[in-house]
Design a protein. Sequence first.
Length: 238
Amino acid sequence: MLGKTNIENLLRKARNKRGNESQILAQVEEILRQDQLKEERISETLGSKNNAYRNNFNFDLLETSNIFHIDQIKQICIDYRLRFLDSSYFKGSIPQEAISKIKHLEAAHNTSITGFKIMAPSRLFRLEDKDDPLLFAPIGNDYFYLIHKWGNDLHPLRKLFAWPFKNIVNLGLVVLAISYLVTLMVPEGLFSKKSTTAEFWIINFFMFKCLASIVIFYGFALGKNFNPAIWKSKYFNA
């Protein structure tokens, strides 16, 4: 009768053929040490300023769907009021999954990746939050490779909320529309016994001036600016 095969014993015999336990342990420790050194180097690179504009990627190994031009990135940043800055300005934590993907890319392309960029809402470059950061690395000629995305997706109405801040015309139209709605809520006969069209537009004019003054004061006091001016700015009051 044939005895049953013990897979564990076979596995141990196969391992022992490659060396004794002390040698195996030393090899494992060295592999883990080298891996830890790689992660520390990547974390240091992510947190340091670097003006690299390209990396030596093997283009045959890149996923075309992850390659984006700076004009496409700029348009999304303007539409959704995001910033595209060096990873050194990012104040959130980079997830382990992103670092693992960087290690995989470096091994596959036999290179050290530098010049990391992150696309995220402005507040993520000052304090931690949970919205939608994207990590990029430069390829060259204003093209960037998307390495990893983490966090939650943006609110579906964010683009609508960001629309007034694209330029002064959009902001003016929003203030004008709000002042018109506020004027409609003014009780009839509040200022005179009989409301007239002229009185309505006079009230509307004063409402517009009031709201516009608040918007201007808020903008100057907090150093706010329009989306095209801030998408690549590292300054809070850009």
